[in-house]
Ligand binder design. Structure first.
Ligand code: HDE
Length: 720
């Protein structure tokens, strides 16, 4: 008998595959193809003798139509592209697994949420929304956070974002919103940006977008890494337990790394220096075995509390403040394997909010209801027909059978004579499964509905500003300053003055007067004198000003969401010929111990000889991997480093830029003189010391704090 290891070797599974294997990874094995040691052939298996020359009538003659090899190759090439996603085109994904901590049987009968021993395979795709497939990662935008859980009861796709609310309340407005934010129709400008007239025209006319636009003007829209963002299901869902009892839930993903962001200048520069910054980090972390993790959290609202809040649970422009309903942490997701092929896996992944399993159900949120239509429809175009669930990345890991047949690119060879149900010819198979705990068939929650057919927005959706104000009030001073700067930057790029004025007067003034006044001053608009907020009706139906029962929600500020450690942070260690190896070794060892990642950066990409005579292979040059690619910079101390900086604008800029971006910088020994040379005043994040040991404690503390906010005013004087 062949051992399991041998079997995997024969199947081409290498050691890392075995370690991180799952039902899904094993299933994908059937589709994987490795050409090592194989002959080059046509698609029908004929071995090719010459892949360099077209068949021609004579060496210098015309090409012949007969050349089936050339024609097959070029035809395939001509058809290599599929339509990119109309939104969320730019993305990156990884495999992993989810595990629940304790059975959640009181809330749901979903099998993957009831067995702590079970590792449910996942495929997670992160994305930006506005830009095309080739746009930059670090633009100001919402990030998609789409999780496909391959459960034993079918696929469950939790297709969320890194922000907990949305721009619109009703699906019918989605094409309008997307047309407005996308590049303008006449000249297809701008790419990957919302800083243009049509976006601000639409949102300034659409007060329901106020809350979400505020989130996108906050630092949440420029995450450092995918692993440093929260994820949200956004809509209110239902969970149903084995007794048929239902509760409302909101889904949260909490990054174990904490939540932190780029600064705007850094984000813009990265878009040019490394447009793949986010996908590269995700890829490298997984390759290095530093697996990104998120905990799953649930906010649970009993059925009877549906109308207890001063906002509507069905309104996707509202959060449930965590101070009202705490987030219960129930499990963990780990991403531990990169795809083998971007197109086959990431590009062909078809997420759909309607991929759902028994124990979970939809609410009547009108945005969610519209999405239930859109996601199948979009795959029909993108993936060329209704068989997209047969693609390896989309196939469930549990059996799936029905009477759907044929259509483009059908893979399954269905046996049997009856492709209808009921049938008596094939014994009636495949048959329905009764719902409930004994059966396991999907059953919708039997919600009682008595209604009038109507096109109308519920009055309980009418308060567009209270939660925007709550978000604003919950921000720290630096976060508020960044929001003001972001509105000023974006609106400053809006050509039409009446749009700027409308955004300030009709939207910002109703969120907060300080916000409106400061933005107005920055964009040449007369400051508003008072909010223009119209009275709205609250849930009780009485006309009144919007209100919320809490004034601040600390859970909304990123400052409160750091992990308190430096795990997986990226540190640049600057080196130059003659550098002292001892300092470097000490720093590398300490970073490794804390789970942080260090890269050696030299003036050029050439190897560097240390004072001790050994050779260091740099991971990159100062130009190729600038400080914007790192969380912190360490300069080991001695004359050699000082000399390397002399007259070297790139090297000096390295430190100046790290300082400007409020990063932790540690300068050892002689290198400490660089601070004076550049007129950088020491602070809690700019550290000087005799050697590594002298700076390491404060250096790590500063990295854990992510930025030296106290430096921000001073840093403004540094040229960008
Ligand atoms: Fe999507 N959305 N969306 N969306 N969405 C798509 O589906 C749509 C919405 C989200 O990595 C499309 O396969 C409508 C909210 C993510 O493949 C499309 C409405 C949220 C992704 C579509 C919304 C999302 C998509 C485009 C309003 C957060 C990327 C390609 C009714 C909760 C998934 C595709 C991936 C993708 C439609 C609103 C998240 C066209 C009509 C709210 C993360 O079907």
């Amino acid at each position: 008998m062949i051992s399991k290891q041998k079997q995997s070797e024969l199947a081409g599974i290498d050691a890392s595959d075995r370690q991180n294997s799952s039902k899904k990874i094993e299933q994908l094995e059937v589709a994987r193809e490795d050409a090592t040691g194989e002959a080059l052939t046509t698609n029908t298996g004929t071995r090719i003798a010459d892949n360099q020359n077209t068949l021609k009538a004579g060496e210098r003659g015309p090409s012949l139509l007969e050349d089936f090899i050339m024609r097959e190759k070029i035809t395939h090439f001509d058809h290599e592209r599929i339509p990119e996603r109309v939104v969320h085109a730019r993305g990156a994904a990884a495999h992993g697994y989810f595990q629940v901590y304790e059975p959640l049987s009181d809330l749901t009968k979903a099998d993957f949420l009831n067995d702590p021993a079970k590792k449910t395979p996942v495929f997670v795709r992160f994305s930006t929304v506005q830009g095309p497939r080739g746009s930059a990662d670090t633009v100001r935008d919402v990030r998609g956070f789409a999780v496909k859980l391959y459960t034993d009861e079918g696929n469950f796709d939790l297709v969320g974002n890194n922000m907990p609310v949305f721009f619109i309340q009703d699906a019918i407005k989605f094409p309008d919103f997307v047309h407005a934010v996308k590049p303008e129709p006449h000249n297809e400008i701008p790419t990957g940006q919302s800083a243009h007239d049509t976006f601000w025209d639409f949102v300034s006319l659409t007060p329901e977008s106020a809350h979400m636009v505020l989130w996108t003007m906050s630092d949440r829209a420029i995450p450092v890494q995918y692993r440093a963002m929260q994820g949200f299901g956004v809509h209110t869902f239902r969970m149903i337990n084995a007794e048929g009892k239902s509760v409302f839930v909101k889904f949260h993903w909490r990054p174990v790394s904490g939540v932190f962001s780029l600064v705007w200048d850094e984000a813009q520069k990265l878009a040019g220096k490394d447009p793949d910054f986010n996908r590269r980090n995700l890829w490298e972390d997984i390759e290095n075995g530093d697996y990104p993790e998120w905990e799953l959290g649930l906010q649970v609202v009993p059925e009877e509390d549906e109308h207890k809040f001063d906002f509507d649970l069905l309104d996707p422009t509202k959060i449930i403040p965590e101070e009202l309903v705490p987030v219960k942490i129930v499990g963990k997701m780990t991403l531990n394997r990169n795809p083998d092929n971007y197109f086959a896996e990431t590009e062909q992944a078809a997420f759909h909010i309607g991929h759902i399993v028994p124990g979970i159900d939809f609410s009547n949120d009108p945005l969610l209801q519209g999405r239930l239509f859109s996601y199948t429809d979009t795959q029909l175009l993108r993936l060329g027909g209704p068989n997209f669930n047969e693609l390896p990345i989309n196939r469930p890991v549990c059996p799936f059978h029905n009477n759907q047949r044929d259509a483009l690119h059908r893979q399954t060879i269905n046996k049997g004579r009856a492709s209808y149900e009921p049938n008596s010819i094939d014994g009636g198979w495949p048959k329905e499964t009764p719902p409930g705990p004994s059966g396991g068939g999907f059953e919708s929650y039997p919600e009682a509905i008595s209604a009038t057919k109507i096109r109308k927005r519920s009055e309980s959706f009418g308060d567009h500003f209270s939660q925007a104000t709550l978000f604003w009030n919950s921000m720290s001073a630096p976060e508020k300053a960044h929001i003001i700067a972001a509105y000023s930057f974006e609106l400053g790029k809006v050509d039409r003055m009446f749009i700027r004025e409308r955004e300030v007067n009709e939207i910002l003034a109703n969120i907060d007067m300080q916000l409106a006044t400061e933005v107005a001053a920055n964009i040449g608009v007369k400051p508003p004198s008072a909010p223009t907020m119209p009275a709205v009706k609250a849930n009780d139906g009485k006309s009144q000003k919007p209100k919320t029962n809490i004034k601040q929600s600390p859970a909304l500020s990123q400052m409160n969401l750091l992990a308190g450690n430096i795990k997986s942070r990226k540190v640049a260690i600057l080196i130059a010929p003659g550098v002292k190896g001892a300092d470097i070794d000490a720093m590398m060892a300490a970073l490794k111990k804390e789970g942080a990642m260090a890269k050696l950066i030299a003036p050029s990409a050439a190897p560097v000889k240390t004072a001790e005579g050994s050779m260091l292979e740099p991971d990159g040059s100062m130009e190729g991997l600038p400080s914007i690619a790192f969380d912190a910079v360490f300069v080991p101390g001695d004359e050699a480093m000082l000399k390397a900086f002399e007259g070297n604008g790139v090297a000096l800029h390295y430190l100046l830029e790290a300082y400007k971006h409020l990063k932790a910088i540690a300068l050892c020994g002689k290198a400490a003189d660089l601070a004076d040379k550049l007129s950088l005043q020491p602070d809690e994040g700019l550290l000087k010391g005799a050697d590594t040991a002298a700076v390491i404690g404060d250096f790590f503390a500063a990295i854990a704090n992510h930025r030296v906010w106290a430096r921000e005013e001073k840093a403004k004087a540094i040229p960008a």
